[in-house]
Design a protein around this ligand. Sequence first.
Ligand code: SAM
Length: 249
Amino acid sequence: MTRKRAKDYSARDYHEFMLASESDRGLRLTFQRAVLARLAPGATILDFGAGTGIDAKVYAARGHRVHTYDASREMRDFLSEDCRAEIETSRVSVLDLDFDALLKLKRVNGATVDAITANFAVFNLVRDHAPLFEAFDRWLSPKGFILIAAISPYHLADVRYKWWWRHLSNLVFSGRYDLRTGDDLTYRFGISAMKRAAAPHFVLDRIIPSAPLRHASKQDLDSPAVETSSCGPLFLCMHHFMFLLFRRH
Ligand SMILES: C[S@@+](CC[C@H](N)C(=O)[O-])C[C@H]1O[C@@H](n2cnc3c(N)ncnc32)[C@H](O)[C@@H]1O
């Protein structure tokens, strides 16, 4: 099945699709688990590119405070409605700004955050990561972490597409490429390009296995453990997503 992008859907279609898709649910649970395992009780999170707030709701239900940002007003509106109870009790907040205004913020609602998360390919919709990491440096607490779920440009399932071969030399020599498919423009980044953009402030701490949890359940979130294994190149070739964990130098 061809995966549609968020912009092909209304916010509600996206929300319902993501909750109904078993593989996406498993992937999401793996990501949420990796986040929750690294948070102290009552931590503060910025969910960057929060979409309809599926992750924010889960983090808030486990006692964390979540600031959300999404560049799409439609997504922000949907999230505000769907997380109304969490917003009313100050467990979730919505940054209602355009992207350029967001990048200028000194702090997130006046304070630093303990974690910045970006799930489901948000970074593949942002052409230049350097200004983003620059802003993350102002917003993240000294011991904080950033977890990004980005599309793996090494995924061998994509070699069947002509575009993959067309862009291979760009990936090898510059570590990134712009991908135009129909009216869509997205971006693919290799590990080296992500590390370069983050480098003034952050290092890649590890690549967390993104394999969807089999028979995943809510229990996996209530007792999350930090994974013991790290991913090698073979894993990146076999999976659509790579979970990149950044920390300060
Ligand atoms: C595939 S969705 C993922 C949404 C959410 N993180 C999730 O896990 O369901 C990608 C989201 O990134 C948002 N987005 C695109 N460009 C962005 C930007 N520059 N800043 C913040 N969000 C952005 C889109 O509006 C969309 O909601």
